[in-house]
Design a protein around this ligand. Structure first.
Ligand SMILES: Nc1ncnc2c1ncn2[C@@H]1O[C@H](COP(=O)(O)OP(=O)(O)OP(=O)(O)O)[C@@H](O)[C@H]1O
Length: 662
């Protein structure tokens, strides 16, 4: 797939062809019918027959495949592939896939993205495209948002692929070169997008180092038998991306940076400490202003003060102009909060990913911000990382020859997925209407009142035998609610990436009748909370959303933990006048809520539908849509900058992706 900037803005011929194919319902239905017939024939055959059919299909797809015939080659083997996969799932899991799951699987096998509602069974729908891509013999990377989901899917699906005669493995960040190499040698490799991206960067580094070795040295190394570092991956052939909206859009512009930093205290540590002490002399609006996107700008007065009242500006250890140290200290003081943006663990700053709630031990902020936060926390100030390699996830995923994916929440971003990745989206119908009840929203004047109301609701619902998931937006919010629950002496589980609880164990306990689980977004995507009998009979999982996210899709993923795959369930949104989303993006709604409180209206706790409440939620959703549009245009801008940079690199001698050209 050849992408350039102009292509990203227009539908490519290949995207047009895929769009046509994935909307051909008659063809899709006939594949499902034929596939089931093949599966019937295989039912009493020994497992060797499934393996033999897989080998035949591998041969066929390789013979037919050339640059132009990728999709039609797929189409040719699809019915047989469905037969093998159907039979393998039947033997390994004693489950029959529903038509909607085959539909999603075929869409992905043809190169599209399947939008299938949360809880409709995407994990199993993804087996078919994984199998079809594995037939190409160049390896398939199944990318998930985190390591927990990668391992879970690998463990669940390995027996299925064993029946198919397809080798599988999981790769993790901690793997050394040899283990990673073994995992990538399999037909299918499960891993987080993060691991795949970093392994790619590590390989780039190995190849650069080997290319820069003089030929004589390489020859001598060969003669002496000196071990030369190997690459981990076999190339970027096929990727199946789970939670595609998250990985391909929301998280796509944050660059993956492979970095190293010399150990010990930074040479300019004293300057960071001086800057942090100095900001006490500055006041907001006079010396600096807080602007959007976590930025802070010095006013003219501020700039003068920064340089007038200190001799730090001529310090011999300065790595950047003195005012940049001051700005970093201001950002650390005013914009970055412990347990919201980062946690402190073993005297180290560890970053929290805003949309997934995960804590990343190996990520650091750049431009001196990390050191400024260390100064603020009174920690040792470490050296800044030096970037050894860097790529945006957007560029990384665009480098795969075959890319496809699935998500429960692609609305409002179909166009972007198609334009940027050449992957049209097909919406898969619901198997049965959802049983999820959306309770009327609750409003509060401030966070304390809201947490009280949240905890009350959790008690009342858990008492009826239903499990409750309280979804919070930050670690600090999860702690605040946990403290309140402790005060009332109510047992609960906490999942926020900071405590050491085993994620899988907490998720599997969250569906027990009467259980209360407090979680950050860690539990908001991909997690499958299985209900026990009491929980199902009592009405299923109830999800409490403690505050609306700036992206509506994140909210929908969270409420998607309830009422999955035909189960009952419900959810409710809580909104407080001082929620960050309202304060930053819709202060008029905050003011409106405060006015309503004066009328004593906000404390109302009945469940009748109030049109005014729904109007407010609709207004917040409009704000979310605006934020989404702004994020889209930022991403397209990054893409254009990235493409420009790539063009410049390709004109020079440096071609970072050249080794992967296929
Ligand atoms: N064909 C099937 N028959 C019976 N149960 C199924 C079938 N397919 C999926 N399930 C069950 O439905 C539940 C939801 O499946 P899964 O977690 O794959 O949903 P999902 O679409 O990936 O959800 P999310 O969008 O939240 O990630 C799981 O418990 C799974 O075992």
């Amino acid at each position: 797939m050849n992408h350039d900037t102009t292509e990203t803005l227009n539908r490519t011929p290949s995207a047009r062809r895929i769009a046509r194919e994935i909307s051909d319902y008659r063809m899709i239905a006939s594949h499902i019918r034929n596939g089931r017939a093949v599966s019937e024939r295989l039912r009493d055959e020994p497992v060797e027959s499934l393996h033999a059919l897989t080998s035949q299909l591998k041969q066929r797809i390789r013979i037919q495949e050339n640059d132009d015939a990728g999709v039609s080659a797929t189409r040719d083997v699809l019915s047989n592939a469905i037969g093998v996969v159907d039979e393998a799932i039947h033997r390994a899991l004693s489950i029959e896939l529903f038509d909607v799951q085959w539909h999603a699987g075929i869409v992905m096998s043809l190169g599209g993205i399947a939008e299938m509602q949360t809880g409709e069974g995407k994990t199993l729908a993804g087996v078919l495209p994984t199998y079809v891509n594995a037939l190409r013999g160049k390896g398939v990377h199944v990318a998930t948002p985190n390591a927990y989901l990668a391992r879970r899917d690998y463990e669940q699906l390995k027996p299925v692929f064993d029946f198919c005669g397809i080798t599988t493995a999981v790769v993790e960040d901690e793997f050394d070169e040899a283990d990673a190499n073994t995992a990538y040698a399999c037909d299918v490799t499960y891993g987080s997008a993060h691991t795949f991206g970093f392994d790619f960067l590590k390989d780039q580094l190995v190849m650069r180092q080997s290319a820069s070795q003089p030929m004589g040295e390489r020859f001598l190394n060969n003669v002496r038998g000196t071990r030369i570092q190997q690459t981990r991956q076999r190339g970027l052939a096929s990727a199946i991306v789970d939670e595609a909206d998250d990985l391909l859009l929301d998280d796509a512009v944050s660059p993956l940076i492979l970095s190293g930093s010399p150990s010990g205290e930074a040479a300019d540590a004293a300057l960071h400490r001086m800057a942090f002490a100095f900001i006490d002399e500055l006041s907001e609006s006079v010396h600096f202003v807080l602007s959007s996107g976590n930025r802070i700008e010095l006013t003219d007065d501020g700039f003068k003060t920064v340089y007038e009242h200190t001799d730090a500006s001529t310090h011999p250890r300065l790595l950047r102009p003195w005012h940049e140290y001051v700005c970093a200290a201001l950002r650390a003081a005013y914009r970055y909060r412990r347990d919201v943006h980062y946690v402190l663990r073993d005297d180290e700053i560890q970053l929290i990913d805003g949309s997934t709630g995960r804590v990343f031990a190996d990520r650091t902020w750049s431009g001196g911000l990390h050191q400024a936060v260390q100064a603020r926390e009174g920690l040792e100030i470490t050296n800044e990382s030096v970037a050894l390699g860097r790529i945006t996830k957007q560029r990384f995923f665009r480098s795969y020859r075959y890319l496809t994916g699935m998500t429960g929440t692609a609305d409002q971003c179909q166009r972007e997925l198609e334009q940027v990745y050449g992957t049209p989206v097909a919406k898969i119908a619901l198997r049965n209407p959802s049983k999820r009840e959306v309770f009327p929203p609750r409003f509060a004047m401030n966070q304390d009142d809201k947490y009280e109301a949240v905890v009350n609701e959790a008690f009342c619902i858990a008492e009826t035998g239903r499990p409750v998931l309280i979804g919070t937006l930050s670690v600090s919010e999860s702690h605040a609610i946990a403290d309140l629950l402790r005060e009332y002496g109510r047992p609960f589980d906490l999942l926020n990436g900071v405590q050491d609880a085993d994620e899988a164990a907490v998720v599997s306990a969250a569906g027990r009748g009467g259980a209360i689980t407090v979680a950050t977004n860690l539990a908001g995507r991909g997690t499958d909370i299985k209900l026990d009998e009491l929980a199902r009979a009592s009405g299923g999982l109830h999800v409490i959303v403690t505050q609306m996210h700036s992206l509506a899709r994140v909210d929908r993923q969270l409420i998607g933990r309830a009422a999955r795959c035909g189960d009952p369930g419900s959810c409710r949104f809580f909104v407080a006048a001082d929620d960050p989303l309202l304060l930053q993006h819709a202060p008029w709604i905050s003011r409106h809520l405060l006015r309503r409180d004066l009328d004593g209206d906000l404390g109302r706790r009945d469940d009748t539908n109030n049109p005014g409440d729904h109007r407010l939620i609709t207004q917040i959703e409009t704000v979310q849509r605006r934020i989404q549009r702004e994020a889209t245009s930022r991403r397209l801008q990054t893409l254009q900058n990235d493409s420009r940079e790539q063009q410049l690199l390709s004109r020079s001698a440096i071609r970072p992706n050249a080794c992967w050209a296929m």
